[in-house]
Structures are given as C-alpha cells and as structure tokens.
Design a protein around this ligand. Sequence first.
Ligand code: GLU
Length: 444
Amino acid sequence: MSYVDEVYDRVVKQNPGEAEFHQAVKEVLDSLRLVIDANEEKYRKMGLLERVVEPERIISFRVPWVDDQGNVQVNKGYRVQFNSAIGPYKGGLRLHPSVNQGILKFLGFEQVFKNSLTGLPIGGGKGGSNFDPKGKSDREVMAFCQSFMTELSKYIGADQDVPAGDIGVGAREIGFLYGQYKRLTGLYEGVLTGKGLNYGGSLVRTQATGYGLVYILDEMLKHNGKDLKGKSVVISGSGNVAIYAAEKAEQLGAVVVALSDSSGYIYDKDGINLDLVKEIKEVRRGRIKEYTDVVKTAVFTEGKGIWTIPCDIALPCATQNELDLEDAKTLKKNGCFAVAEGANMPSTREATDFFLDNEMYFMPGKAANAGGVATSALEMSQNSQRLSWTFEEVDEKLHQIMVNIYQKAADAAERYGVKGNYVAGANIAGFEKVVDAMMAQGIV
Ligand code: GLU
C-alpha cells in the first residue's frame, strides 16, 4: 500500500464519524500523490504525513451562559490548533448549530494549506461552538461570547493563536470577544482580527474574502482568455463573503442575479440591488426573502436549488458540501463555465471531479477564499507596527496576494503535469511550504 493510502486509512480509523475531515484529508492527499511518491522514503522516515494530519492540539470546553428568560444554557466550545510550522495558529471561529469537533478539524486542516498559500507567516487553526446566534438578543450573544472567551483566552495570544470571524461571527461578536479578552488579560494586543476600525481593525477586512474571491476569479479568467464583463453570476449565501463578492463582481462588469440564505434563494434577472441586501442582512439581520417585498420583479424560491438558475459563473459562498454532483451537472448543462469557491469546501468531491473532468475553470476554496485570512494577517502586521494603512494600500496588497496565489497554484499544477488543475496546484503549493518548515524543525 502506498504511504498516502496508509495514512488515509489511518485517518479514517482513528477519527471515526468525522466525514468532513476524512473528505478534506482525502482531497489533499490524493492531489499530493506525485509529490509524496517522489519523496516517500524521506517523508515516511520523518512520519511527515502522520504529523500533517494530526492537529497539534485540540482544546474543548464548556460554555455556560444565561439566556433572557434567566435559564442556564450550555454549549460546547472548541479551538483546534492544527499546525504552527510557519506561524501562529490563525483561523476563524464559527458559531453554528452544525459545529462539532470533526467539522472544525476539517476546517483547521484546510486552513493550514490556505494560510500557507497566502505567502504570509500564519499557521492554521479553527474554532467555534454549536451556539446558534440566529434569533438571539444582543445581550445573549454578549453573554455567550464573554463565557466563550473566558476559557479561550488561556490558549490564545498575538504571537500564539489569533482567531477571527467565520460563519456566525462578525463585527458584533469580535467586539464582545475582544472586550472580554482585554478585561481578563489586561493586554491590548492583536489577538483577534476583524476588529472594528476604531480599535485596531484593518480597512478592507470586511470586504476581503469576497473581493479576493473575485480578484482570483478574474485572474483565472484572464489567463484563459476570458473576462467578467457582462457575465451572469450566481452566488450562494448572503453573508459577508457573498455580499462583497457580489459587490466586486458588479464593479468588474458582471451581473449578479441570485443570492440565498438557509431558507431559500432570490432571483433578480435585472441584477441584485446590493444596498438593499446590505440593509436586510447587515442592519436588520433579516431573511433574504425580504428582498422581494421591495423588488417586486424578483422571485424568492424556498429551499435549495439556487444552482438551477442559468449563469456563466457560479460562486458558492455559503457552506461545506452545498453543491453536489447533480448541481454541477445542471450548472454545466445551463452554460456555466467557471466556478470559484468563496466558502470552505462547498463542492462535494464528486462535484469537484466533474468540474475538472469537464474542463470547467475551477478555483478551490483553499486558494479562492484566502483573501480573508490574508487580510487578517495584514491586520496583524498593522497591529504590531501600531499603524493603520489606507483602504487603497490594503486593497492593493490583497489584490497582489490573490494574483500570487493564482500564479502559485497554476505553476505547481504545471510543474506536476496537470496544467489547469488548480485543486492539485493549490494543494501542492500550500503543502510544500508547510512541509519544508516541518522538516527543518525536526520531529515536533
Ligand atoms: N474564517 C475565514 C477563513 O475561513 C477567515 C479566518 C481569519 O481571518 O483568520 O479563512
């Protein structure tokens, strides 16, 4: 049995019931076969793959808090500190009822390679809780965040582990978490990113994942003789990533015709009015359906099914495994020629293989959504310097980082004889840097 298969079998056996983690490991290991086979003896001797797939540390803890009715609620809290070979652990906190240890291990594993691809000195981590912020009052969210941080604060720090937002964690939650960290430790340091602009946050961080997604999409299209002008785009989700991907896509001349949330999707053939979506989602914290109360010509459809809308380009920006083989086939049949992932692992393995086998331009999340964490790293730099850069400065850096990521993924794919396969390219390029650092640092 090859080293890759041995390690994958071991992951399945030793991490029972963690399907998403198995899926993420398999996708990475499969595309690394060429690299690993060429170095098998050396890597085996160093137990390299066994170490790559094992988080350095997982912290799990109880999060008790009191709701508005005076009842005690108890949630599970986690931080997966996956790999610190190239820098302090870095990655978001997710608050969603679907969160469990397996989901966070998959996300932490992906984060290691994504962060490496940015070219910045950040290791990989992820955390969160099964707490559901939906329908909670501001006071309840604050009570939860304070309790969560009371435990988490023991394990994080500006040079140790720097969490940020993810699903369910935005500016409000980061503010509450930061306030509690400062209160407990007495330290005013860059321990979280995605902070408010008046207390150490960075310009462009809010827009970064969405903008970065469209920058790399544009780069991929350009290199293949295409562009965004006049193209119709379907984007799933209506959170931070989706909204700012839509904004940048529109700025570059595309027409965004659909967005969604967990209850269904809206279709507006004239192009989505983003100011209205921002008002619904960022101010009112409402449902996407409310869009049709104002734009009468737009249509709301309950449930999944957003990928049945004909489009040139699809940007899945909601959550893992939201786009399956059937969806991929429907997209292709309706003329879609490019897909870039704003969410983490939104396409199933079968869907990804279909895109690759059918020569669609496909940019995986690890490369495509790295703009968020890259800008977090820029926030860390500004905090360390005690300086704030202008919007234009940060945006220019973000753009350059995304162009570089495209180049790294494209070059690695070409080097290993799979030109145009950005899945393999991103995995290989991300892996090389982490592995070189791990090999240099000995058995740790
Ligand atoms: N949650 C984002 C991601 O999946 C951002 C993480 C960060 O900024 O640290 O990459």
